[in-house]
Design a protein around this ligand. Structure first.
Ligand code: OOG
Ligand code: MG
Length: 260
């Protein structure tokens, strides 16, 4: 049980690239893994991907709504990183062959116009530094068996990040009340999940503020140009072959993809 952070990172990246579900790190490699150590594993994963020539689109927040915390049985927000190879355009296709056991969730993304450096950042400061807000569907794909994990495990696994479908309609953050944006997530015409922006820490901008303050503990900041998911508003829905997935966000164009 003496695996290094790098070995744990390699174990998780192998599961991602070879598309198999794997036992939890805390069950198999290091049962005393802490959340802080989970982030050290995540940093190794980020380094591996950057070394392969992948580019960071931005950090993302996860487990920021009650729906998600209850569904996943964890009680603290976390962050991870989205890379260029994970982006799928709205109207595009998610291939089951590329993934393990994907689920979809509806989120608001922030396009950042100015660096945001914590600590002490507020939602209002985030909104002032945001160029645009965009609706998004995230496809999460925990590398762990049955999406079963503890908080340190999911942090190590880059917060289950797998694919992101960004919407085509951008809005200025001051042009709407993001907390009041109603959202439905439908599959094959049937609403599976619904909610409003306020489900994410009262207002999705609070999630980005929390991210800035978490990054500050590591001497890092949110950067101009980052596109950041603020965390799922609703629970995540398992995907199956042939699914047509539609996220409706009040005031925006729909975000859609199909599963093949
Ligand atoms: C962890 C990822 C959570 C979100 O938006 O809450 C996340 C998981 O649920 O597997 O991306
Ligand atoms: Mg998410």
């Amino acid at each position: 049980m003496q695996a290094t952070y790098k070995e744990i990172a390699e174990y998780l990246v192998k599961a991602e690239t070879e598309k198999f579900e794997t036992p939890r790190v805390t069950a198999e490699l290091k049962n005393d893994l802490t959340v802080e150590e989970g982030y050290l594993v995540q940093e190794e994963i980020v380094k591996m991907k950057l070394a392969e020539g992948r580019k960071i689109i931005g950090p993302k927040m996860g487990l920021t709504s009650r729906a998600k915390m209850t569904q996943m049985n964890v009680d603290e927000p976390i962050y991870g990183y989205v890379f260029d190879y994970m982006l799928i355009e709205s109207g595009g296709t998610v291939r089951l062959n590329d993934l393990i056991h994907p689920k979809a969730e509806a989120e608001i993304a922030f396009v950042i116009g100015k660096d945001i450096e914590g600590p002490g950042i507020t939602g209002a400061q985030v909104l002032a530094a945001t160029e645009y807000v965009v609706p998004a569907l995230e496809i999460i794909d925990s590398r762990y068996e049955n999406f079963n994990f503890t908080l340190p495990d999911v942090v190590a696994d880059n917060a289950s990040t797998s694919r992101v479908v960004l919407g085509n309609s951008l809005k200025k953050p001051e042009s709407l009340d993001l907390d009041l944006v109603g959202v439905t997530l439908s599959i094959n015409g049937e609403i599976k999940e619904l909610g409003a922006g306020a489900a994410v820490l009262g207002h999705p901008a609070n999630s980005i503020a929390m991210l800035a303050n978490m990054l500050a503990k590591k001497g890092e900041k949110i950067r101009e140009g980052d596109v950041i998911l603020s965390g799922a508003i609703t629970g995540a829905v398992m995907l199956a072959e042939g699914d047509q997935v539609v996220g409706k966000f009040d005031g925006f164009q729909d975000v859609t993809f199909k599963v093949q």
